[in-house]
Design a protein around this ligand. Sequence first.
Ligand code: URA
Length: 240
Amino acid sequence: MRLDKLLANKGYGSRKDVKGLIKKKNVTVNDQVVKDSSFHVDLEKDVVKVNHEIVYYREYIYVMLNKPSGYVSATADDREKTVIDLLPAEYRLFNPFPVGRLDKDTEGLLLITNDGQLGHQLTSPKKAAEKTYYADIRGHVTEDDIEQFRLGVQLDDGYIARPAKLKILRAGNMSQVYVTITEGKFHQVKRMFEAVGKKVVYLKRIQMGNIMLDDNLEPGDFRELEDTEVESLKKSRSKK
Ligand code: URA
């Protein structure tokens, strides 16, 4: 990472302020004064000091967002507000990205990180982390639907969805369910219910891998993951 970016990340001021600090020889890397703001720091090994004090930095951020409706799961978009817009500038400096996608109108748990390896692990079809959603459904969800989801429903393009777990919380003209899937096809949950003749009218993700959405987060709120949560996410696997 560039030295000026690192120090700006750590709150030593704007990039311009930091460049001033560097020019004035206040910054060392491995005890050598560095005057070049674009100097590349190896976050694994290099020791950076500002005015003789070690700068403790970190490479990765891990954020849990309760995604509100109305935001797209992208890092940038010409027309729409993105989930990254919900984070303050000091987080955006890490170039974070959302892990997988929630539709614009879907709410709930979205992990945002700059850890590409973890992002890949959680979204890779091979690793198949479980994702659980709460959904309001127009239509009477039945035991037969549970069985069809267990066997794998056929989506509109012919694709047979992987077995999914469906739990009925309330059945009626409007039903309430939990559904757990291990893949992330476009509009997957909505299309799975369409396949059994029903319509998702509200969708909220409540779990991803071993992580539950924090009840204290209102839509639009976020918090950093605890170290234990990050470790547990890294161990997330499909329970099949
Ligand atoms: N399935 C959907 O249909 N939409 C989402 O946002 C997530 C899963």
